[in-house]
Design a protein around this ligand. Structure first.
Ligand SMILES: [Zn+2]
Length: 142
């Protein structure tokens, strides 16, 4: 990326998993079309209130999400500055640590085992002990 283009990798936290996103902003659309043809992802025009301060032209934004973004970050890693490399390393470590392997314990540290786990809406694992404790707290408060 050159000129006023920016290349960023960030991890967005949603529910229990983190999502990796790589994005690039450019005043011209064609470098982003090239990125899209190389790596996939999608292109959008950035709204008028964030016009480029230099050219006063609309900016184009390319985004790539999920495992493709993680793969691209690793590919570009060697080209990045040491400061950026450090950032990417941390983000990818965070991404690997969560989301991919199922958690073995609830946030309060109770084991998610067969006895202590139930499925909420058939999808989300919940800790029975936490639920019990919550019910007790509610009863006490009442
Ligand atoms: Zn728990």
């Amino acid at each position: 990326m050159d000129g006023e283009g920016s290349f960023t990798t960030h991890v967005r936290k949603s529910r229990n998993e983190r999502k990796v996103r790589v994005s690039a902003c450019q005043a011209q659309e064609w470098p982003l079309l090239k990125l899209r043809s190389l790596f996939g992802g999608y292109i959008m025009s950035v709204s008028a209130r964030s016009l480029s301060p230099l050219t006063k032209k609309p900016l184009w934004r390319w985004e790539l999400n999920g495992k493709y973004a993680a793969a691209l970050s690793m590919t570009l890693y060697t080209l990045l500055s040491p400061r950026r490399q450090d950032q990417v390393k941390k983000l990818l470590a965070a991404w690997c640590a969560s989301g991919r392997k199922p958690k073995t314990h609830c946030p309060q540290g109770h084991a998610f085992d067969a006895l202590n786990t139930y499925l909420y809406l058939g999808k989300y694992r919940m800790c029975k002990q936490c639920r019990r404790e919550k019910v007790i707290v509610i009863r006490r408060a009442a």
